[in-house]
Ligand binder design. Structure first.
Ligand code: A3D
Length: 318
């Protein structure tokens, strides 16, 4: 049986790490596309030459020709500019929407049966645009943001409590912007509410609340924290790992429940917009959108985040 084929559109920082992760995990053969000549070819050659050391049997091809993505099962899009210090993700909309239109045309023509995972920012708007241009069904065009935002939230909780990240469950909902919604009430360590553990640690409810609020704030600003340190671009290791979890769940039909930027049709009170919510990802792409009760405070935060997404998406004039 042929190996799955994964096309990576954008061979920059995230694209390069994605190619290496696909190879190390033997998820499938990789085609890395970029408009810069030599860049994807050089990265693929470099990764492939590590295969005897790491022991992976996949093919890697760098290209500047969309034809090479023909037959891809999964396409991951990172083409576009990243943020620089002082920029918001929304500042990228004009330049990245031009790139996203070109990329989506290429995917539509050469990989019409593929599942597409968009990472380019501003994420919620770029996924919307990709779906509109390709015309692919909603279950096949999704965005990565929530896996990363949730992983950041979980990391901060694990570090604060001195427990393994493996035992922390934490999730964010909403758009991939400063108004994202880290769900405090559902954050747990092996099912034990994080707030209860913080209250026991500090023996003071107010202090526990303050510590949690600081972690929520850090989660919302976590992308900017990395940008401020790197100065020349944005996070790339963790976004690549996050998209890999989504691609793997689809390719291996794992049916993982992952926060996914998905097109909502009434769920969580949202109609006709792409927003981050938990989804079952399997062989059919989005197989279920998992809905659950939000309390009044959570719903208000969700509404605020969705309003920000709407403002940006509506400015695209699709
Ligand atoms: P970078 O290293 O600049 O790579 C982007 C690549 O896109 C470059 O190699 C460009 O040559 C290439 N490119 C530009 N125009 C085109 C085109 N028309 N067709 C194909 N390729 C093109 O950036 P990066 O890899 O660090 O980030 C990529 C994108 O992901 C940016 O928009 C970031 O803002 C975004 N990002 C999203 C997250 C999320 O969690 C959603 C996290 C981090 C970064």
């Amino acid at each position: 049986m042929a190996r799955p084929k994964i096309a990576l559109i954008g061979g920059g920082q995230i694209g390069g790490v994605l190619a290496q992760l696909c190879a190390l995990r033997e998820l499938g053969d990789v085609v890395l596309f970029d408009i810069v000549e030599g860049l994807p070819q050089g990265k693929c050659l470099d990764i492939a030459e590590a295969s005897p050391v790491d022991g992976f049997d996949v093919e890697l091809k760098g290209t500047n020709d969309y034809k090479d993505i023909e037959g891809a099962n999964v396409v991951i899009v990172t083409a576009g500019l990243p943020r620089k210090p002082g920029m918001s993700r929304d500042d990228l909309i004009e330049v990245n929407s031009k790139i996203m239109r070109q990329v989506s045309e290429g995917i539509k023509q050469y990989a019409p049966e593929s599942f597409v995972i968009v990472i380019s920012n501003p994420l919620d708007a770029m996924v919307t645009l990709c779906q509109k241009v390709t015309g692919f069904p909603y279950n096949r065009v999704i965005g990565q943001a929530g896996v990363l935002d949730s992983a950041r939230f979980a990391s901060f909780i694990a570090w604060e409590l001195g427990v393994s990240v493996k035992d922390v469950t934490a999730m964010t909902l909403g758009g991939h912007g400063d108004d994202m919604v880290p769900l405090v009430r559902y954050a747990s360590v092996n099912g034990i509410p994080v707030m209860e553990l913080l209250e026991r640690k500090y023996k003071d409810k107010a202090k526990a609340k303050e510590v949690m609020e600081a972690m929520v704030k850090r989660t919302r600003g976590a992308g900017g924290e990395v940008v401020a340190l790197l100065k020349t671009g944005s996070a790339f290791y963790s976004p690549a790992s996050s998209a890999m979890a989504m691609a793997e769940s689809i390719i291996r039909d794992q049916k993982r429940v992952l926060p996914t930027c998905a097109f909502l049709q009434g769920e969580f009170g949202v109609n006709g917009y792409y927003v981050g919510v938990p989804c079952v990802l399997g062989a059919e792409g989005i197989e279920q959108i998992i809905e659950f009760e939000l309390d009044a405070e959570e719903q208000a935060m969700m509404d605020k985040s969705v309003a920000a997404v709407k403002g940006l998406v509506d400015s695209l004039q699709l």
